[in-house]
Design a protein around this ligand. Structure first.
Ligand SMILES: Cc1cc2nc3c(=O)[nH]c(=O)nc-3n(C[C@H](O)[C@H](O)[C@H](O)COP(=O)(O)OP(=O)(O)OC[C@H]3O[C@@H](n4cnc5c(N)ncnc54)[C@H](O)[C@@H]3O)c2cc1C
Length: 838
């Protein structure tokens, strides 16, 4: 018994010291006491005079070693310097553009998740959705009006363009100036308001939202607002806000896509003639492609690398990436041709120019900002990427859910609404989960940006996660609708989203790159409490400066790693029972605890990953991709718990929280298990597995019965379904394809009992459902249903026929016009460098 108590106390002491990040001195004391206790036989229950044996010698040596390390000189000579030399070539090198990307934006809740001990108060401080009266009125007024006017089929098929009246409305009502401050004639809306406006428009027309989205993100209103000279602000911002200027922003070129900083577009500082005067300026040569709004733009924001061979700016030859504003009617600007991105109709096309002279004060921010373009872009990207694509992805998830839940109650096969079939229930449950989770992540992140954060890592993970889940939602909706979703036409309400999915996946950092290269590597560097300092120390060419910096980080890092090892093991052994949860967490308390437990496991594995992979981090992308997924699941779960609280913990929503939380944690465990199973140093994976999965298995996803429960709730019109699909465009106008769904759904539900009577009579052979026979009238005549029920069922029958109808066309209406091709295949439009090579 005494032995057992001794062992338990020793283990408890070990865990306590490690989890509380005890100092070296305390560790040395702890080891000394333990050794002494062994020597006097405390553990046996029969204390005796100290005996000195091999184990005692080992214990005292260890305690002495730890104590010696508390002397800075010894620690430096025997630990820090050897570590410095060993790690110097192993840690990832950081290039200038990477450094600028790393220094741009802010670190917030992501750092808490990386820490393993998230401070709940920090998440709770993020405001719930709050709109000013003016913002609410804009959402309910002009946004609603725009949505009613948008005709998705007309835009994406018939005109293959956004019509003039939509452009006019968008410009006149100030949609293009939501982010421009009031002072400069814009609406000055918060990120939350912008996100809700964009989401609502996109639920009506993905092409329609694009013309609003671009001017309200990078291009280039935000850049002018943040970095422009007073003259640029005074001239351009009011014109942009009123829609007198249509902007676009050109970064991507044929040879510089994901690696945008490698652009070949150049500007050379020189003197030239502008409006009859000799002026200091830049001779620009560029070739850009995929530029949204370029064909309609009047103002081109251009990124290029600036050189100053004559040192006219006094900053040396290679000034760096620079951004300029160029009116598209400026001589030499080639712009106007269009790409055809996935058949979508929003304007998108290439632009180029050769030796185009522009005055130096066309640089955004003037010549003082020459060379700062990359930093400016990264700063704006961190905020912009948190708004647009999460908003449109969440809106797609919500509107697809709303339409699909109506359709599956209306559409019957095998005499049953297809929504009650388990096979359909499965993708529907996924749609419910995605709609709940994406809205949570959208709202929480937009609130962070409203509060002034520019979350660089969160925006990256949210971008790839939200667009990927939007793709899942569209595919699920299509599978569920069958042929009704596939055949295009004015009544098809899925195709628009389907066509736009690849665009969302590709823009603002293509998903594969964002997931595997950006999210985890950047997150680890920015959020790890010590890593960035250590890398900076190792990169410092002056060893005398590098070593003391490394030394300062070293102690903390060792304590941090030890605490992760022991805390992860402790919380995984106790299944999170003792993990922290915020006060008054209510019914969702267990998920907060599981989040804290998972965060500890994540901290442990990510620490080992960055420490052991070092510079290999950039190439071990299957590992970093999984770690990004793990972080994304933690973030998503945080937002789900926050949303539940912000919404006032509605009882009806707890089932959604439970469902989402189980799946988040199961996917999280899967991502960590995948990392450990495939860890490049196999022994590390083997050693860490018992710490993360001491019982050998990962958490399981939500059960089928949980899926049934959330789907049944979503199928029922009312408060819960409305909350699941909030802030999208909703109509019950039967002349509108989605309005027809809403309209019919209520009537289908109202006639369910009468329908059952009718179906039973048909099965008995009493009533005959064939073309040419009015079976409802027959049922009424035979007393199966009343006259009132017959009238209601007849109306539902006619409405249902309209809901399930697909469009068809005269063959001639679909035939392509036979004319000489205006657009040559890409091989016949070679990029500039190929021309030069010829
Ligand atoms: C419809 C549309 C609108 C756009 N609008 C604009 C705009 O307004 N302005 C603008 O400047 N640009 C715009 N873009 C460009 C967009 O940002 C780029 O397409 C994107 O950056 C990817 O570049 P890329 O298409 O050349 O693909 P590539 O860079 O050739 O990438 C191909 C694939 O390789 C992956 N990949 C590349 N490098 C890595 C790596 N290191 N690690 C892992 N995977 C990697 C990518 O994820 C991608 O899957 C638009 C693009 C489209 C299609």
């Amino acid at each position: 018994m005494a032995e057992l108590i001794f062992v338990l106390l020793s283990v408890a002491a070990l865990f306590t010291l490690a989890m509380n990040r005890a100092s070296l001195r305390v560790w040395a004391l702890g080891v000394a006491l333990f050794t002494l206790a062994l020597q006097i036989g405390l553990g046996s229950g029969h204390p005796h005079v100290p005996v000195f044996n091999f184990w005692a010698l080992l214990g005292w040596l260890f305690a002495g070693g730890l104590f010696a390390l508390t002397f800075p000189r010894i620690k430096r000579d025997y630990v820090v310097l050897p570590a410095y030399r060993a790690l110097k070539g192993v840690m990832p090198a950081i290039s200038d553009t990477e450094r600028e990307a790393l220094e741009a934006g802010t670190v917030g809740w992501d750092a808490e998740l990386f820490s393993g001990t998230p401070d709940w108060a920090r998440l709770r401080r993020v405001n719930p959705i709050m709109l000013s009266a003016e913002e609410r009125a804009f959402l309910d007024g002009p946004t609603e009006e725009l949505c009613r006017k948008l005709n998705d089929w007309l835009i994406r098929h018939e005109l293959h363009d956004v019509p003039g009246d939509i452009w006019r409305l968008v410009c006149d009502r100030g949609f293009l100036g939501m982010l421009i401050s009031k002072e400069h004639g814009g609406l000055g809306f918060t990120a939350q308001a912008q996100s809700l406006v964009l989401g609502k428009i996109s639920s009506r027309s993905p092409d329609g939202v694009t013309i609003v989205m671009v001017p309200n993100s990078l291009g280039p209103g935000e850049l002018i607002e943040k970095y422009g000279t007073e003259m640029q602000k005074a001239y351009y911002l009011p014109r942009l806000a009123r829609g007198e200027e249509i902007p676009c922003f050109a970064l991507t070129g044929p040879f510089s896509g994901s690696d945008a900083a490698s652009m070949r577009d150049v500007g050379v500082v020189t003197k030239g003639w502008h409006e009859g005067e000799e002026t200091l300026g830049i001779k620009l040569t560029w070739e850009k492609r995929y530029i949204t709004l370029a064909p309609n733009a009047t103002l081109l924001g251009l990124a290029f690398r600036l050189f100053d061979p004559d040192n006219l700016l006094g900053r040396g030859d290679d000034v760096g990436i620079t951004l300029a504003l160029i009116p598209t009617n400026h001589p030499g600007v080639e712009i106007g041709r269009r790409h055809l991105p996935c058949g979508a109709a929003f304007p998108n096309g290439p632009t180029s120019g050769t030796n185009v002279f522009v005055p130096i004060d066309w640089i955004i921010g003037g010549k003082e900002r020459a060379g700062q373009g990359w930093r400016m872009l990264m700063n704006c990207l961190a905020a912009g990427r948190s708004i647009s694509l999460p908003a449109t992805s969440a809106a797609a998830a919500k509107s697809l859910l709303r339409n699909t839940t109506a359709y599956v109650r209306i559409r019957k096969q095998f005499n049953l609404p297809i929504g009650y079939m388990e096979g359909v229930e499965e993708p529907l449950a996924r749609m419910v989960e995605n709609a709940y989770g994406l809205e949570a992540a959208r709202a929480v992140t937009a609130s962070m940006v409203s509060a002034g954060e520019k979350p660089a890592v969160i925006s990256a993970l949210l971008k790839y996660m939200s667009t990927d889940r939007m793709r899942q939602c569209v595919n699920d909706a299509l599978d569920i609708h069958g042929g009704r979703g596939i055949c295009d036409g004015p009544s098809n309400y899925i195709q628009g989203a389907y066509q736009m999915v690849p665009v969302g996946i590709t823009v603002e950092g293509a998903n594969i790159l964002t997931r595997t290269l950006i999210t985890f590597a950047q997150g680890a560097l920015r959020s790890h409490p010590y890593l960035f300092t250590e890398i900076e120390a190792l990169q410092n060419p002056d060893q005398d400066l590098g070593v003391p910096t490394l030394e300062r980080a070293f102690d903390g890092h060792v304590a941090y790693s030890l605490s992760n090892i022991f805390a992860a093991l402790f919380h995984n052994l106790t299944l999170g029972a003792f993990a922290s949860a915020p006060p008054s967490a209510g019914a969702a308390r267990r998920w907060w605890k599981q989040l804290a437990r998972a965060s500890r496991s994540f901290a442990l594995v990510s620490d080992a990953t960055v420490a052991l992979l070092g510079s290999g981090l950039k190439v071990r992308q299957k590992i970093t991709g999984r770690m990004a997924d793990a972080l994304a699941e933690l973030y998503l779960l945080s937002c789900i718990l926050k949303r539940y609280e912000d919404d006032g913990c509605p009882r009806g929503d707890l089932k959604f929280v439970n469902y989402c939380a189980k799946n988040c944690l199961s996917r999280f465990d899967g991502a960590l298990a995948g990392t450990l199973d495939n860890f490049p140093l196999a022994w590390v994976g083997v050693l860490m597995r018992p710490l993360v999965f001491p019982y050998g298995f990962a958490r399981r996803p939500a059960l089928d019965k949980d899926g049934k429960s959330i789907v049944r709730a979503a199928l029922q019109p009312g408060e819960v379904r409305d909350r699941l699909t909030r802030d999208i465009f909703i109509t019950d106008d039967p002349k509108d394809p989605v309005g027809l769904l809403e309209h019919t759904l209520l009537k289908v539900i109202a006639t369910e009992e009468a329908d059952k009577k009718l179906e039973r009579a048909i099965r008995r052979g009493e009533v005959h459902r064939y073309y040419g026979n009015d079976w409802i009238a027959e049922a009424e005549k035979k007393g199966v249903i009343t006259a009132e029920e017959a009238a209601a069922l007849a109306e539902v029958r006619d409405l249902t026929a309209r809901v399930i109808a697909v469009d068809h066309f005269e063959a001639a209406a679909l035939a392509r016009k036979q004319s000489a091709p205006q657009t040559m295949p890409g091989a016949f439009n070679p990029p500039r460098d190929s021309i030069a090579a010829e």
